[in-house]
Ligand binder design. Sequence first.
Ligand SMILES: Cc1cc2nc3c(=O)[nH]c(=O)nc-3n(C[C@H](O)[C@H](O)[C@H](O)COP(=O)(O)OP(=O)(O)OC[C@H]3O[C@@H](n4cnc5c(N)ncnc54)[C@H](O)[C@@H]3O)c2cc1C
Length: 501
Amino acid sequence: MVDAVDLLVIGGGINGAGIARDAAGRGLSVVLCDKGDLAEATSSRSSKLVHGGLRYLEYYQFRLVHEALAEREVLLRSAPHVVWPTRFVLPHSPHDRPAWMLRIGLFLYDHIGGRRTLPGRRTLDLSREPEGAALSPGYVKGFEYPDCCTDDARLTILAALDARERGARILTRTPFESARRDGGLWRATIVDTASGERREIAVRALVNAAGPWVDRVIDRIEGARTKFAVKLVKGSHVVTPKFYDGPQAYLLQNHDRRVIFVVPYQGDFALIGTTDVPFDGAPEAVAADEEEIVYLLAAVAGYFRSAPKREDVIEAWAGVRPLFDDGHGDPSAVTRDYVLELDAAEGAPLLNVFGGKITTFRRLAEHALQKLKPFFPAASGDWTAQATLPGGEIDDGDFERFVARLAGEYPFLSPTLARHYARLYGARAMKLIGAAASLADLGRRFGPDFYEREALYLVAEEWAETADDILVRRTKHGLRMSADERAQFASWIESRASAAA
Ligand SMILES: Cc1cc2nc3c(=O)[nH]c(=O)nc-3n(C[C@H](O)[C@H](O)[C@H](O)COP(=O)(O)OP(=O)(O)OC[C@H]3O[C@@H](n4cnc5c(N)ncnc54)[C@H](O)[C@@H]3O)c2cc1C
């Protein structure tokens, strides 16, 4: 058997990718395996907010809110292309939480996270301010506070890219099958889906970051014990054409005391979510129910003059939150904080990850490596707080100036195409565009702002293999393409794959 690797990370969602990145940067040898594509599960189906979680204050989740608020600033600095500030408008509804309660919540939210670059909260007169124009006339008072939005799947890919560039091996479509302790090591079996080949690797420490499958992975590890359980809670979103003017998002209080986000999405669209539904099915099969779609649209209709109708829904999708089971019956009340459980009583260590948000992935990874530190005394210390993610090397983190620079350097790009490359690839956009001097140099056009060169780049650099890897996760081109365009792109990528086989 070849030399043992230090860490096998099971799961290529945000948490697995973040842990692999952090560990590789400390000098550990790392293999990450995912049974499917990176971010294929929960990490591409979130509300795409990098936020403290205003509503968690109601559940006294101060540790989580503090950590998450602080992470907004860290992520804004390290990935200014993929994380961007957004103002959230919270209309006061006479039937829901009283205004004094919202004021106290927003005061705390403003102060407990070490906010530095984002602006503070303010009170809005919705009858006069433009943010109120699209709302029903009953909403007169409101508040505005800052949070951030992101592209969850791209953030995951960026963490995986950084891990690879620091020496980690990233194996997609490679399920972890089993592991057993042998002396001071693990013998772990992983399977290459394409070839069917089973491989046993010797590993010093196992990290189980399988999200909704965390307990299923534990079941596959001989002698693994856990005191904890994961609680699966489904959340669905719908995407509609944007139905109001302005760059702001809205936080709506629903009559059942839940909150619903309405967030500008991919320029001309709005993302509406989410629901909280206990889930006991197979996480692979999760889908938005008609009832949830109707619920989300009804919540929005209670606030907006021209709310979207059922026929306006372009996409509806669901994800499964892998929450740490703290015994709460109400799915909205279950903690969104994470727990890292170290099982090292019987020799080689196993670290199980329960919970964890997109927002806190960097801190979660740092905590995970701190837990594993006794087993790797030579590993270097914390480093990610000051580091950039791939493409984040943008002067002063000024994204708008960067877009203008890119458009100036490549005048043949339309404004939307320049913005698209800047948003997804940041400073690496130049690598993607390369020596192209005209749109024709970008190759075949598959759809709006989608050219062959980008697809080839994603295959070469970012582990893309299938149409969905590109249309759904690494980009959102699928949203703007017709069914025919999507089918043509799928046959293009399939024919490339079979030619390469
Ligand atoms: C509806 C919804 C809205 C949310 N909104 C937000 C938000 O706005 N902001 C925020 O910060 N967080 C949000 N979250 C939370 C956040 O999305 C998740 O907590 C996070 O994505 C979990 O990441 P993960 O890496 O733990 O799990 P996942 O992303 O699910 O990754 C686990 C991975 O493990 C892999 N895997 C499983 N079994 C195996 C195996 N045997 N071998 C190899 N690989 C395996 C899977 O293929 C999967 O890719 C939301 C979640 C949901 C569901």
